[in-house]
Design a protein around this ligand. Structure first.
Ligand code: NAD
Ligand code: UD2
Length: 316
């Protein structure tokens, strides 16, 4: 039996692969390397890497015929909201059609469990906080709409076809290997990157869009991996959607303060006009997943320390 991780060469996927391998499991990664990197993956004889797209139906058919997958963790996506706005057709092919193709193959070959990575983006800018899974949704971008539609197909696969399937709505994930190179990269990776440049003597700034009082629920990637494994194992997750965050709301100003405590100093902070469409506050209610044993282990300080250390070692 093998486990399939789509998008396994990406940021979150590579942490999941690392954990699965450490448990002695056989892992197949399917990734087209559009944003992922082979270097993100550990060397292991239990790991098979296949370069290809989840939109290639023939490849999927052969793959699912060649292996018997106990679980499919589906993380492959065009993860950039910005790109989804610029290129909605191509994004939809990957983020929606690709999910449906994987569901079809999982159903056909009787995969034991299907775990899908959805996003807090499904909630949009509705004001009520913290977000509970049964609250209304209002996805505002092609990315959010495709995540929501995929999510419904995933959970309905359980009631319609008996495919054990779960969707997880990740909030703002951060950690080692997150790519800081685009202006739309996760804010933590950008701020750490700028801080390290500053410490090396480069002239740079931390750019805050708006007043810095906007909040996010920042969740460390290893806690996300824990949630993925609970979703895989616990039968009570079948046909259900779960938030994955910490339940804590942190403003950007608090984030910068914590980063300063860790790094010693940060570059000068420059306040720029708010980003169009930026959500003011975000926080997850994680009690539904907590009832199944999930408990985030990493405070922002602890997760940030580890992330900072990794970036410092890698970028030096
Ligand atoms: P990432 O870009 O690092 O990972 C996505 C991976 O999918 C990459 O390795 C990429 O090469 C691969 N991929 C893209 N298109 C593909 C295709 N057509 N076929 C095969 N592989 C393809 O992003 P990430 O942050 O690790 O995101 C992983 C998942 O989590 C995504 O589904 C994303 O939407 C979701 N998510 C992430 C966050 C976050 O905060 N990072 C928040 C909510 C949801
Ligand atoms: C997150 C997701 C996005 C989508 C969205 C849904 C990431 C990286 N992005 O966007 O994919 O799911 O949620 O709501 O997880 N900021 C700065 N300076 C910077 C960069 C960012 O001030 O250099 C601000 C930004 O304007 C925002 C906050 O930091 O207010 C967080 O930005 P982000 O891009 O990390 O994440 P978010 O929540 O906008």
């Amino acid at each position: 039996m093998s486990t399939l991780v789509t998008g396994g060469a990406g940021f979150i996927g590579s942490h999941l692969v690392e954990e699965l391998l450490s448990q002695g499991r056989s892992v197949v990664v399917l990734d087209d390397l559009s944003t992922g990197k082979v270097e993100n993956l550990p060397e292991s004889e239990n790991l098979t890497f296949i370069k290809g797209s989840i939109t290639d139906r023939e490849l999927l058919r052969n793959l699912f015929d060649s292996y018997r997958f106990d679980t499919v963790f589906h993380l492959a996506a065009v993860a950039s909201v910005f790109k989804s706005v610029e290129e909605p057709v191509e994004t939809h092919r990957v983020n929606f059609d690709g999910t449906l193709y994987l569901l079809e193959e999982s159903k056909r070959t009787k995969v034991g469990k299907f775990v899908f990575s959805s996003s807090a983006a499904v909630y949009g800018d509705l004001p009520e906080l913290p977000k509970r899974e049964d609250m209304p949704v209002k996805p505002l971008t092609p990315y959010g709409v495709d995540k929501y539609a995929s999510e419904r197909y995933v959970v309905n696969s359980f009631s319609l076809y008996g495919l054990k399937a779960t969707a997880l709505r990740f909030f703002n994930v951060y950690g080692e290997r997150q790519d800081p190179s685009s202006p739309y990269s996760g804010v933590i990776s950008i701020f750490i990157n700028r801080t390290l440049k500053h410490l090396k003597g480069e002239k740079t700034t931390i750019d805050v869009y708006g007043d810095g009082k906007q909040t996010r629920d920042f969740v460390y990637v290893k806690d996300v991996v824990k949630a993925l494994l609970i979703a895989e194992r616990d039968e009570r997750t079948n046909g259900e959607v779960f938030n994955v965050g910490t339940g804590k709301e942190t403003s950007l100003l608090e984030l910068i303060k914590t980063l300063k405590e860790i790094a010693g100093e940060v570059p000068p902070v420059r306040f720029l006009p708010p980003r169009e469409g930026d959500i003011r506050r975000s926080a997850a209610d994680v009690s539904k997943l907590e009832k199944l044993g999930y408990s985030p282990s990493f405070s922002l300080k602890k997760g940030l320390e580890r992330t900072f250390r990794w970036f410092a070692e890698t970028l030096s």
